[in-house]
Design a protein around this ligand. Structure first.
Ligand code: 1PR
Length: 592
């Protein structure tokens, strides 16, 4: 049976609660997790871990204890555990840690606030004791990093000190994009057991910080991964495991990692496969543009150059299926990621009638790859005068199963303001959300339109020489950003916007192109090259895919990290697997 008591996160993150807007507005990362007031309450509730002894395993084999301190999306791990037939007991006191039969710690958010919560609540001490006693433990992502001596993330900040070493940031000057987002294969070293089914299959990473192998920690290392350098992707000593990747987001192979942790005696189905060095795989993303049609149903739609209405007398919104069903299908078909864009979010407040929240909750029950949601993320005051911060909107999306949120129109305003003033106010939705949830959780969606010019000096924006001249033989163009679903052009180019949002904290760019959208003639290579060469964060090429060749073209000619398509998948013209197979034939690394 599922524990009925509220999780630890609901005690410590009551400030994140949807009804407490004012407290969130003023929050810093640490204070978001634990206000002074709530620290007092929490501490009063906890007994000292010293007073508790570790008891022998006695509870049901189908219960797993989860340490959730409320900093992000742990819905996915909950869903994965339920999917595997386990029920969850949430940690509420340090004693719950010490008494756990198996403990999963899916660390999310930043190192410093996480350590702050663990130290203040007595959880740090209980965790160390639990691990010292070689009790079954699985740390995930930050749950691995916190085991080390310290981290440079907003630090140095002291960690739990279980494993020797310092967690540092990936070095972007080595020519890699930071954050490390995507699918990599592992080099599996010593017998790790939980990685027995992984072999050379890819698993999903999303992080900017990593621990480096050294003589001091080599006995702990069970696998490494290569991203510009070799870093620690998993550790194992006795019953203590931790992984830098996200098993709950790594599809079937990730579920097998969890299954093996939960059933340690599971016989090996085959000789454990050896991993091999790999490059970060290029991602293939399925995008679902979602809106309510004229009958009031939430549908997946798809436009031609952003016009989503049929060219019939009725002029209705094109209906290509149901969001949850299609997302489930694309997961089974091998999509590396799924994006939901609430395309009328700019006029309908996303938390107004919660349709996207329901879509996320339902989808995340059965889809174990990353989910991004966008549309309407901004500060908002409703008709009754109630103010909602964009942070609240994002928090609700993360709680409902999103791994990343995507900001469109509001990021354009933030970039315009930043370019004009040269000052980072820290108040834009982009800045606030990336500060609290990390920049890897924030995508900026750009909706540019090509504007041809005769001469590079014709406009004060970045102009490029285009491969195909304009209608009047123009050899140059700039890419004008738009807002409100392409309805309004703004005085800022895609190049200027991309540079500005990277500085403001975006972790990734979703680069659409209105001219190419729905045309099936290929991505705008000029645009994708311009932007992916200009920023150090991953760029997702979007708009125009019509054949598998278009995917290999964009990966061969530009530095895009991922390519996204909608129409060809919705209309079943090209299966996702055909795209993957084609990329493999072209020797482009993908997750199969
Ligand atoms: O501005 O923060 O509310 O976000 C609104 C979001 O909705 C933005 O991400 C914006 O791109 C998206 N959006 C708004 N209107 C439309 C529309 O189509 N009328 N969809 C829209 C944009 C573009 C792609 C599309 C690709 C691939 N969709 O995401 O899926 O172009 O299509 P294809 O493969 O069929 O060519 P905010």
């Amino acid at each position: 049976m599922e524990a009925t008591a509220a999780p630890f996160s609901s005690i410590v993150s009551s400030r994140q609660n949807f009804s407490s807007s004012s407290s969130i507005r003023a929050s810093s990362p640490a204070s978001l997790f634990l206000s002074q007031k709530s620290i007092g309450n929490v501490n009063r509730k906890f007994k000292s871990p010293r007073s508790l002894s570790v008891r022998a395993s006695s509870t049901s084999d189908s219960v797993v204890t989860l340490l959730d301190y409320g900093a992000g999306n742990v819905r996915s791990i909950r869903n994965a555990l339920r999917h595997l037939g386990f029920s969850i007991k949430d940690v509420q006191t340090p004693g719950d840690i010490l008494n756990a039969d198996r403990l999963i710690f899916p660390g999310v958010g930043a190192f410093a606030p996480a350590m702050d919560v663990l130290n203040r609540t007595g959880m740090a001490e209980a965790l160390c004791k639990y691990i010292e006693n070689d009790r079954p433990f699985l740390g995930i992502c930050l749950g691995l990093q916190l085991l080390f001596d310290s981290s440079e993330e907003n630090g140095p900040v002291k960690g739990l000190g279980v494993i020797p070493g310092i967690v540092g940031r990936f070095d972007a000057s080595a020519g890699i994009r930071v954050p490390h987002i995507g699918w990599n294969a592992l080099q599996v070293g010593k017998d790790s057991e939980i990685l027995d089914d992984v072999g050379n299959r890819h698993v999903y990473f999303v992080h900017s910080y990593r621990a480096i192998p050294s003589d001091e920690n080599k006995d702990w290392i069970s696998s490494t991964c290569n991203y510009g350098e070799s870093f620690i992707s998993s550790i194992r000593r006795g019953n203590v495991h931790a992984v830098q990747f996200h098993p709950e987001k790594s599809g079937e192979v990730g579920l097998s990692v969890l299954r093996r942790f939960l059933h340690p005696k599971l016989p090996a189905t085959q000789k454990p496969m050896e991993g091999k060095a790999s490059k970060l795989a290029k991602r293939v993303i399925a995008c679902l543009d979602v809106r309510t049609n004229d009958k009031g149903d939430l549908v997946v739609t798809k436009g031609d150059q952003y016009d989503v209405r049929e060219q019939s007398n009725e002029n209705e919104v094109r209906n290509l299926g149901k969001p949850v069903d299609l997302a489930g299908q694309y997961y089974k078909d091998g999509a590396d990621e799924i994006s939901f864009l609430n395309i009328t979010g700019f006029r309908d407040f996303p938390l107004g009638d919660l349709p996207m929240i329901q879509v996320l909750r339902q989808t995340s029950k059965n889809v174990f790859v990353p989910l991004t949601v966008g549309g309407g993320i901004r500060d908002f005051t409703d008709a009754s005068g109630r103010y909602y911060s964009s942070l609240e909107v994002a928090a609700e999306y993360f709680r409902s199963g999103a791994d990343k949120i995507s900001i469109g129109s509001d990021a354009v305003s933030a970039a315009e303001e930043f370019i004009k003033s040269g000052v980072k106010t820290g108040k834009s939705s982009l800045e606030q959300i990336s500060r609290v949830y990390g920049n890897q959780a924030v995508v900026v969606s750009i909706d540019p339109r090509r504007v041809y010019v005769n001469h590079p000096d014709d406009v004060p924006y970045k102009v490029i020489r285009v491969t195909n001249p304009g209608p009047n033989g123009e050899e140059y163009a700039w890419y004008q950003c738009t807002v409100s679903g392409g309805r309004e052009g703004r005085p800022i180019g895609a190049f200027e916007l991309a540079k500005a949002v990277e500085e403001l904290g975006a972790g990734e760019i979703l680069l659409n192109c209105i001219d190419c959208d729905g045309q099936g003639k290929g991505f705008d290579i000029d645009l994708v090259k311009l932007i992916s060469d200009s920023v150090g964060i991953p760029v997702i090429a979007s708009s125009g895919a019509g054949t598998p060749d278009h995917f290999s073209e964009v990966f061969e000619k530009t530095n895009a990290s991922a390519a996204l398509a909608a129409g060809i998948f919705h209309r079943k013209e090209v299966p996702i697997q055909s795209v993957k197979e084609h990329l493999q034939e072209e020797r482009i690394e993908v997750r199969i």
